[in-house]
Design a protein around this ligand. Sequence first.
Ligand SMILES: Nc1ccn([C@@H]2O[C@H](COP(=O)(O)O)[C@@H](O)[C@H]2O)c(=O)n1
Ligand SMILES: C[C@@]1(CO)OP(=O)(O)OP(=O)(O)OC[C@H]1O
Length: 160
Amino acid sequence: MNIRIGNGYDIHRLVSGRPLILGGVQISHEMGLLGHSDADVLTHAIMDAMLGALSLGDIGHYFPPSDSKWAGADSLMLLSQVDRLIREKGWRVSNIDSVIVAERPKLKPHILAMRDRLAAVLELKPDQIGIKATTNEKLGPEGREEGISAYSVALLVTAD
Ligand SMILES: Nc1ccn([C@@H]2O[C@H](COP(=O)(O)O)[C@@H](O)[C@H]2O)c(=O)n1
Ligand SMILES: C[C@@]1(CO)OP(=O)(O)OP(=O)(O)OC[C@H]1O
């Protein structure tokens, strides 16, 4: 069995008038993330980790922000396409681990729902997907609540 590891990072700006969607879960908050798609920063970091593991570039290559086709796109649908790409190449996800950096809102109550949604799309068990949350101790853009970022690593294994 072959193994490959990849990492991903993304950040999106917090603005009023947008829904806050993380890991495919809509979270009640007075602000949401701005982006060409639904701006699901966690799912974007996970996709980049999966693509990075196989040196397949990044999500902007497959879903260019300049292409109106992806305007308002559901990031879980994009994740499903990335998963299909790696499966077609003979790989599958062994496990994913992630961190969301957000001063607010409290994400702990939503982590299990995010794991369930991502696991359903990736056809994994929820315990193959780690998601943690941390504040940035009021430091930097996340700490000033200007944005939310996410980091992810993905371990891929060959299907055989
Ligand atoms: N948006 C967040 C941030 C943090 N948490 C939870 O709180 C714990 C403590 O966070 P610190 O940044 O003070 O270390 C953290 O381990 C998370 O469990 C959260 O739920 N939502
Ligand atoms: C998801 C895509 C889709 O156009 O757009 P955004 O939601 O703006 O997200 P970002 O991480 O800035 O860029 C990646 C794009 O592929």
